[in-house]
Design a protein around this ligand. Structure first.
Ligand code: F6R
Length: 255
C-alpha cells in the first residue's frame, strides 16, 4: 500500500488525477473503475480540465462503475448513471459504448450481475479502480460484514443508509431499498486501487482501513491485501494515522 498525504482536498484531487493521467497515457485503452459520491468530484473535475487543456484522451478508455440503486432509471437525478453523466461522462470524450454502470432497472438482477463480472473480464480486467470510503469503512455498497470475497450482487441497503438518502427523495417510499454493487472480491481483482478520502469524518475509517486489523467489519481494510493500492488522503482524513507516509506516488515503494 502506498499512502499519500496531501495538504488539502484540492491537492489530493489533483495528485490523484496525475496518477490516472499517467496510467492513461501509458495505456490509452485502459479499463478504469469509477466511483460516485462527493469524494471523487475533485478528481473528475481535474480530469475534465486535463482533457480540455492538455488533450488527455479518453476515446479508447472503457469504464466500469462500482454501483447503482435498484429501481432508479438512468434519468433519475439520484441515480448513479445520472451522477456520472453530469459530473464526468458528458464532459470528456469517452465513447458511450465503452461505459458500464450497473443497470438498476434490470429485469433479472442476478443475471445482470453475472454478466457484469464477465464483461469486466472480457474487457481485460480493471486496470485502475477509483474508490471512496464510507465513514463506517464500506467500499462501494459493501457495508461492514460483507464477505471479503464477494462478487457483483444485489445488496439490501441498511436503515441508516436509507435514512441518509431520504433527503434526496420526495417520499420515503421512493428511497431505494436495494443496490447492485461490485463485490469486495471484484474490486480486489483490479490491477491497481486508488482509494480517496478527505475530511475528519473519514479519519476513523482511514485509520481502520490502513492501520487496523484486516476484518469484514471494515471492508476497506482488504486493501492491505492488495499488491498495488494507493491511498490518497488529505491532512484531515490522515489525522489519526500514526505511520510515516509519503507525499509522492512516484516513489513506487509499496509498503
Ligand atoms: C460510491 C461508493 C461509495 C462511496 C462512499 C463515500 O460509488 O461506492 O462507497 O465511495 O460512500 O461517499 P462520499 O464520497 O460521498 O463520502
Amino acid at each position: 500500500m502506498l499512502v499519500i498525504v496531501k495538504e488539502n482536498y484540492d491537492a489530493m484531487s489533483k495528485e490523484a488525477a496525475r496518477l490516472v493521467a499517467d496510467r492513461l497515457r501509458k495505456k490509452p485503452n485502459m479499463v478504469l473503475g469509477l466511483a460516485t459520491g462527493s469524494t471523487p468530484l475533485g478528481l473528475y473535475k481535474e480530469l475534465i480540465r486535463m482533457q480540455r487543456d492538455e488533450g488527455l484522451d479518453f476515446s479508447k478508455v472503457t469504464t466500469f462503475n462500482l454501483d447503482e440503486y435498484v429501481g432508479l432509471p438512468p434519468s433519475h437525478d439520484q441515480s448513479y448513471h445520472y451522477f456520472m453523466h453530469e459530473n464526468l461522462f458528458k464532459e470528456i470524450n469517452l465513447d458511450v459504448r465503452h461505459i458500464h454502470v450497473p443497470q438498476g432497472m434490470s429485469k433479472d438482477v442476478d443475471v445482470f450481475c453475472e454478466w457484469y463480472e464477465k464483461r469486466i473480464v472480457e474487457c481485460g480486467g480493471i486496470d485502475l479502480q477509483v474508490l471512496g470510503i464510507g465513514g463506517n469503512g464500506h467500499i462501494a455498497f459493501n457495508e461492514p460484514g460483507s464477505s471479503l470475497g464477494s462478487r457483483t450482487r444485489i445488496k439490501t441497503l441498511t436503515g441508516t443508509t436509507r435514512m441518509d438518502n431520504a433527503r434526496f427523495f420526495k417520499t420515503g417510499e421512493e428511497v431505494p431499498r436495494y443496490a447492485i454493487t461490485m463485490g469486495v472480491g471484484t474490486i480486489m481483482d483490479a490491477k491497481e486501487l486508488l482509494l480517496l478520502a478527505n475530511k475528519t469524518g473519514k479519519a476513523d475509517a482511514v485509520k481502520a482501513a490502513v492501520e487496523g486489523p484486516l476484518t469484514a467489519m471494515c471492508p476497506a481494510s482488504i486493501i492491505q491485501m492488495h499488491a498495488k493500492a494507493f491511498v490518497f488522503v488529505d491532512r484531515d482524513a490522515a489525522s489519526k494515522l500514526t505511520g510515516n507516509y509519503n507525499d509522492s506516488w512516484e516513489s513506487k515503494i509499496f509498503q
